[in-house]
Write a protein that binds this ligand. Structure first.
Ligand code: 0O2
Length: 272
């Protein structure tokens, strides 16, 4: 099949990868904007390269004209999270969506592959609108922790390097690295609550500071400069004190002042 034709056939997969990646980025943004911990830490997407598609099809004896019917990971999304628990929250989140239907799932977290590979795979059916109409295609979502991702990225590149098979000595080291990763994930899970509390209070604080700075900036256009400078100085004193209650109280008072001038926070700063 010509490369040009392949490119055309892969267009719906490109659209699906772009859309789903963006949707998960929005989920992360929504969590963070509302000051909540996001189970989604990072999202990456890719369409399998034509050479890899042909390679996989050849290994499985799939005729070229049937490849798209048999390969379910041509469109792939990787969702990275911090804790093993997050993986299962994300799986539930996927199952609750109306824009994707779960076709299959494989839990390599609870049942690791003999290689030591751990990750949760969900195959969903997803519909995209193209200029030639709707196309429903499978998309593979791989959900894993940062630690699992680290291991599998290294192991994957070694698979490429040693196309005839990873030497035993390196395989042994990969196995002990896999055990260390498992231990790391378990350790992190055991202090899950502590870490989440710290991250949540960081996000809440960042949102409040963002709101205050926004209000101060907006007040500069309408209020007396001396008055705004006074507010700003007061803010810096409270900010440096690190007292969260005072910061929240100051934010509420400033909201009332800004409301008086009708310049109340136009835009919340969501950066973190
Ligand atoms: P790429 O380059 O990432 O796209 P099979 O591939 O035959 O084992 P199946 O049914 O295609 O099985 O799906 P499975 O087992 O769920 O694995 C699909 C994808 O998971 C692989 O795609 C890898 O991305 C990842 N994966 C599975 N096993 C391993 C492993 O042992 N090590 C690493 N690093 N990744 C793994 P591709 O097409 O193999 O590769």
């Amino acid at each position: 099949m010509e490369i040009q034709l392949w490119k055309q056939l892969l267009e719906p997969y490109e659209i699906a990868v772009e859309e789903i990646t963006m949707k998960f980025q929005h989920i992360q943004k929504q969590y963070r904007q509302s000051g909540r911990y996001s189970p989604v830490e990072e999202v990456h997407g890719r369409v399998k390269r034509i050479a890899s598609i042909l390679d996989k099809a050849r290994k499985r004896n799939i005729p070229e004209n049937e490849i798209l019917d048999h390969l379910q990971d041509i469109a792939g999304i990787r969702i990275i999270c911090q804790f093993e628990e997050d993986i299962y929250d994300i799986v539930e989140l996927i199952k609750g969506r109306h824009d994707m239907k779960v076709l299959a799932e494989k839990d390599y977290v609870k049942n690791p592959k003999p290689s030591g590979y751990r990750s949760y795979h969900v195959i969903v059916e997803y519909t995209v609108e193209t200029i030639s109409g709707s196309r429903t295609i499978p998309v593979e979502l791989q959900i894993r922790t940062m630690a699992m991702n680290f291991w599998s990225t290294i192991e994957h590149s070694l698979q490429y390097k040693y196309s005839q098979g990873i030497p035993d000595e390196i395989r042994d080291r990969l196995n002990s690295a896999a055990s260390a990763i498992l231990l790391l994930d378990n350790e992190m899970s055991s202090i899950h609550g502590e870490i989440m509390d710290a991250q949540n209070s960081f996000t809440v604080r960042a949102n409040i500071v963002g709101d205050i700075l926004n209000n101060i900036q907006n007040l500069y256009g309408v209020a007396n400069n001396r008055e705004v400078e006074k507010i700003q100085d007061e803010f810096f004193v409270i900010y440096r004190s690190g007292n969260m209650d005072r910061l929240m109280q100051f934010n509420r008072e400033l909201d009332i002042i800004a409301e008086g001038y009708q310049v109340q926070k136009v835009k919340r700063n969501t950066e973190y």
